[in-house]
Design a protein around this ligand. Structure first.
Ligand SMILES: Nc1ncnc2c1ncn2[C@@H]1O[C@H](COP(=O)(O)OP(=O)(O)OP(=O)(O)O)[C@@H](O)[C@H]1O
Length: 492
């Protein structure tokens, strides 16, 4: 719908923007990104007419905007610039009213009922109704930005052009403003063209993105282009990692500063263990790169506290997460930095194993019960039986794993656990076949991330074999202790 055809213009010679082509579709949220001085504002001003186009033209629905009158242009598009100075001492309401100018008819240009209704609506949408009688100059930078957005919306434009609209806004107002624009986009088919600096915000809101680099469009595409780490490094000259947003299918960029703090830690002295009847708490001095399916601390994170809490055999809590959080709070363990698991196994029977595999130190903590042992490959299982039967594995490794290696590590540990159950002939009570685990097993791998980065940790690697051996030994020992206890209890 907006077609920039070979436009040139700007302050330098050759011009900052030199024969640039770009199409912005009707009803899309288009974001222009690029480093300082790349020409974003210059391009913006060429589109809005604040700067003279020396070559080419801007076409809207096939019409060259240079041929439109001021009023025609104002009905079509509204502009929100970085400039928020206003010449006269207007109130907020008066500023917003100015937005109705292109729609007013006759010489007297009084505000109609419709004008008043629109003004009221946009002031409410931008949360400025309470400031209506306040002088604009007395508002804060962020508040002024909202007033000027309200004025732009009062124009009821088809296209909204925004140059760094979130500049003065705090996080809440950034999201409030962009959510509002998204709603207008959906409801009225508003076309949004916005210059943004925050790549992560752009990823969350933009339908398409263009990268401007030295006055040229480097690439135009959907948010997927924010996954191109090499291109981002070229544009911004910083180290970035593109990662998945935890709940939305959008990339988010993680910056890495160039400074590094290198303090080597002695693995064996870097943790302490507290074991009571109620819980086992392993605390590390530094956060570990962690992968886990714990009730608390699931997924891949950086965490320092690793807990296994004792619960009763018939534990049946609808909010296990908050239950574990309260237990941690009671023992002054910061649950935001913790992995938390539960077990009905007697914690005295936990197995602690320290070992070293070709120079890689590891430490495993395993609690095991096999009352709920399950053969995952057998169809006859109908569900979990409530008895003492969970295998919880903590494995700490003094190595540096990639995220892929963390997944490998989980596989290696699981294979080892299965082998331990096989060798001990632990059976699924329903199918009477050898069990592969229990119905509620949990696992955690914690890595110091010291030393050279390892991309693999499967059974074909030294570290993978090490994982296999330590998990196998610790699980076997823990299951044997459990079986011994069950055996003794039967004779009581
Ligand atoms: N008023 C001006 N007079 C002369 N040169 C200017 C003027 N405004 C901008 N420039 C130059 O034009 C080039 C592009 O600037 P522009 O403001 O378009 O960059 P930008 O991408 O918007 O940067 P930023 O992210 O810092 O806002 C820069 O080299 C800048 O120095």
């Amino acid at each position: 719908m907006i077609n920039l055809k070979g436009i040139s213009g700007g302050y330098a010679q050759p011009p900052t923007i030199n024969r640039l082509d770009l199409q912005i579709n009707k009803g899309e949220f288009f974001t222009l990104l690029g480093p300082n001085g790349s020409g974003k504002t210059t391009l913006f001003k060429l589109i809005t007419g604040q700067l003279l186009i020396s070559e080419g033209g801007v076409y809207i629905d096939g019409k060259n905007i240079a041929t439109l009158s001021k009023i025609e242009k104002a009905k079509l598009m509204a502009v929100l610039t970085q400039e928020n100075k206003v010449a006269f001492d207007y109130t907020v309401e008066e500023i917003v009213s100015l937005g109705r100018y292109p729609h007013q008819k006759g010489i007297l240009k009084n505000l109609t009922k419709k004008d008043l209704a629109v003004i009221e609506e946009v002031m409410e949408l931008t949360y400025i109704s309470d400031f209506r009688k306040t002088a604009f100059r007395r508002m804060s930078g962020g508040e002024k930005q909202r007033v000027l957005l309200a004025k732009a919306l009062a124009q009821e434009p088809e296209i909204l052009l925004l140059d760094e609209p979130t500049n003065h806004l705090d996080i809440k107002h950034v999201f409030q403003m962009l959510d509002l624009l998204k709603k207008r986009q959906e409801k009225f088919g508003l076309t949004v063209f916005a210059i943004l600096h925050d790549l992560n915000v752009a990823s969350l809101y933009a339908d398409r993105i263009a990268f401007l680099h030295n006055g040229n469009i480097l690439e135009v595409g959907d948010v997927g282009i924010l996954r191109k780490e090499d291109q981002l490094k070229k544009v911004y000259d910083v180290e970035l990692k593109s990662r998945a947003h935890p709940t939305l299918p959008k990339p988010q960029l993680i910056m890495t500063p160039s400074y590094t703090v290198s303090n080597t830690l002695d693995f064996n002295k870097s943790y302490r263990i507290k074991q009571t009847k109620e819980y086992i708490h392993v605390e590390f001095k530094h956060p570990l790169r962690t992968i886990s399916n714990g009730v608390i601390g699931e997924g891949i994170q950086w965490l320092k506290h690793f807990c296994n809490f004792h619960v009763t055999k018939d534990y049946n809590c609808s909010e296990p997460k908050s239950d574990l959080q309260s237990r941690m709070i009671k023992h002054s363990i910061p649950h935001e930095q913790a992995v938390g698991m539960m077990t009905a196994v007697v914690l005295e029977d936990a197995v602690f194993l320290e070992d070293e595999f070709e120079g890689i130190p590891m430490m495993a903590v395993v609690t095991a019960g096999t009352g709920n042992a399950v053969d995952i490959t057998n169809k006859s299982n109908t569900g979990a039986i409530q008895t003492v039967g969970t295998i919880n594995i903590f494995l700490f490794i003094d190595a540096h794993f990639s995220d892929g290696a963390l997944v490998n590590g989980i596989m290696s540990a699981t294979e080892a656990k299965v082998k331990a159950l096989q060798d001990l002939k632990i059976k699924d009570s329903q199918s009477n076949t050898i069990a592969t685990g229990t119905s509620t097993d949990s696992i955690l791998l914690g890595l110091t991330q010291q030393g050279e980065k390892t991309p693999y940790a499967g059974s074909g690697t030294i570290v993978g074999k090490g994982i296999g051996q330590i998990v196998y030994s610790a699980t076997k020992k823990a299951v044997k202790k459990y079986l011994q206890r069950v055996h003794e209890e039967q004779w009581l």
